[in-house]
Design a protein around this ligand. Structure first.
Ligand code: ADP
Length: 177
């Protein structure tokens, strides 16, 4: 019997978007088991805590029918070590545009240098998701815009709760003063 192919999809997922969900669905067709690895990333100053980000991915996954089992774990260590602990064969990353490439290329090269056994595979989401990023979704939600087409319903709920549905954020002192 051959060993199961295990993939790891790491990221901040702050919060998970439909772009991420599309990559998860595609990756689940390529491996026997997928681990969505949510990075603590404290230095990026995430909006949602690690527990919240993990819970939102889990909730979003409940509505999906995926090709192989997907589990969601938080991590706060070197990715290649996390991958090795979980016997992963591949790290999955998503590519949106040329702008992602430089950073992703460097990261894949560093990881390959740290562990030559682990491959990085890049997947593209469907073109209707190419423009979606967690950062812009947060900006739009903050300014009271509609985000339903960009994120799973549980995330839209969490963002609306954070900002108050449809309410504009209070003007900053710099603007009002
Ligand atoms: P990170 O902080 O590690 O970049 P993100 O949560 O922003 O974490 O992204 C995780 C991965 O998902 C990255 O490889 C990113 O390029 C990819 N990704 C994010 N949004 C999309 C999207 N809309 N389409 C395709 N890939 C995406």
């Amino acid at each position: 019997m051959t060993a199961p192919r295990i993939g790891i999809y790491p990221g901040s997922f702050d919060p998970v978007t439909l772009g991420h969900m599309d990559i998860i669905a595609r990756a689940s067709r390529l491996v026997d088991q997928l681990i969505v690895a949510v990075a603590v990333n404290q230095d990026k100053g995430p909006m949602f805590s690690l527990t919240e980000r993990v819970a939102l991915v889990e909730q979003a996954l409940q509505a999906e029918k995926l090709a192989s089992p997907v589990k969601v774990l938080g991590f706060d260590q070197l990715l290649v070590n996390f991958a090795r602990t979980h016997h992963a064969n591949a790290i999955v990353r998503g590519l949106r545009a040329v702008s992602d490439f430089e950073y992703e290329f460097q990261m894949a090269a560093m990881n390959a240098r740290l562990d030559s056994q682990v491959e990085t595979i890049f997947l593209m989401a469907a073109d209707r998701y190419h423009f979606i990023s967690s950062r812009f979704v947060k900006e739009i939600a903050k300014l009271g815009g509609k985000i339903d087409g960009f994120v799973p319903p549980c995330v839209a709920g969490a963002l609306h709760q954070r900002y108050g549905k449809g309410d504009k954020p209070p003007l900053t002192e710099a603007i009002s003063g």
